[in-house]
Design a protein around this ligand. Structure first.
Ligand SMILES: NC(=O)c1ccc[n+]([C@@H]2O[C@H](COP(=O)([O-])OP(=O)(O)OC[C@H]3O[C@@H](n4cnc5c(N)ncnc54)[C@H](OP(=O)(O)O)[C@@H]3O)[C@@H](O)[C@H]2O)c1
Length: 288
């Protein structure tokens, strides 16, 4: 019998890609969306059921979890993420879900690590304690962050700004995270596994700018900025102070080269190499 897989955060950067790739598999896909309107474009995919859920409202989860076999657990980076994830895990336990694949962050296992990793580790621990078989996808920073957070300044000024100096980062393409998730959700042998996922190389932001320039035919520059300027920019976007601090801590790690380790896990799990930044820039050049 076909399995049913629920993907939460299904309209988000990674969730959307997972739903797209899962729709090509021999499974029933249930896309958990925060609002039906935002989930509208998922309806075009074959065999995808859309269900409305609110992570903060446990009573909204029951129908979405009924008769699912596996859960792809994605929660947003937010102050309430631990509570949201706990609600999802509690419902998964109630409804005897067989396997949870969780999107986590590289460095979640580091001690003491940084806040972003510690928050993910807390959720991972909660999943471990639930007794449900799990797979953790500990991902490096996403190449697609450039599309989500930097297109405005790139389009209007030909520049993007971050407080990361010449630090190299092993950015990953979210299409590769999704490809690993598909393997973990649809093939055997992934229970109890923790996958550290990175792109194929560590790359500096100046090098990224050079690739973007080449692929778009426009001059695109990376501008290193002081931490305080980055703080002000995030505050002006009404980002909660706790998240601002956590992001700045991540940028310090990027700047010091601590985010540059590269793994071979995408290749090992999917059988093909991860996208290079150059390929990403080619495929997404129209966004910039
Ligand atoms: N960005 C990175 O470089 C990076 C690297 C490693 C790990 N991560 C981790 O990746 C995760 C985020 O993944 P992402 O970037 O794919 O997510 P995202 O694009 O931020 O999307 C979050 C999704 O969650 C939904 N959502 C938000 N609040 C909700 C609620 N109360 N109830 C139901 N749905 C809700 C959103 O729907 P609406 O938009 O409709 O609210 C959206 O579909 C975080 O845990 C982050 O720490 C990120």
């Amino acid at each position: 019998m076909q399995e049913t897989i629920l993907v939460t955060g299904a309209t988000g950067t990674v969730g959307h890609e997972i739903v797209k790739q899962l729709a090509m598999q021999d499974v029933n896909v249930r896309a958990g969306v925060h609002s039906i309107i935002k989930g509208e474009n998922l309806k075009r995919l074959p065999d995808v059921d859309i269900v409305e859920i609110d992570f903060k409202k446990p009573e909204s989860l029951h129908a979405a979890f009924t008769h699912i076999d596996r859960l792809m657990l994605i929660t947003p980076l937010s102050e309430g993420q631990l509570e949201m994830a706990k609600n999802l895990v509690d419902e998964a336990k109630k409804q005897q879900v067989k396997h949870i694949v969780k999107l986590s962050a590289l460095g979640a296992g580091a001690s003491p690590g940084i806040k972003l990793g510690q928050w993910h580790r807390e959720i991972e621990r909660y999943i471990e304690e639930s007794g449900i078989p799990y797979t953790f996808l500990r991902s490096a920073s996403f190449m697609q962050n450039l599309v989500n957070y930097h297109t405005e300044s790139i389009i209007s000024e030909g520049k993007f700004y971050m407080p990361v100096g010449e630090g190299k980062v092993s950015y990953i393409d979210t299409r590769d995270i999704a490809a690993v998730a598909i393997e973990a959700l649809t093939t055997d042998g992934h229970a109890g596994r923790i996958y550290d996922l990175t792109g194929p190389e560590a790359i500096s932001h100046s090098e990224m700018a050079a690739h973007l320039s080449e692929q778009t035919g426009k001059e695109i520059q990376f501008v290193d900025i002081p931490e305080e300027k980055a703080r002000q920019a995030m505050r002006s976007q009404h980002m909660p102070e706790q998240i601002v601090d956590a992001m700045l801590e991540l940028y310090v790690a990027h700047k010091s080269g601590k985010s540059s380790s590269v793994t071979n896990t995408v290749q090992e799990v999917t059988g093909r190499p991860p996208h290079t930044f150059q390929q990403f820039a080619k495929d997404y050049h129209e966004c910039f």
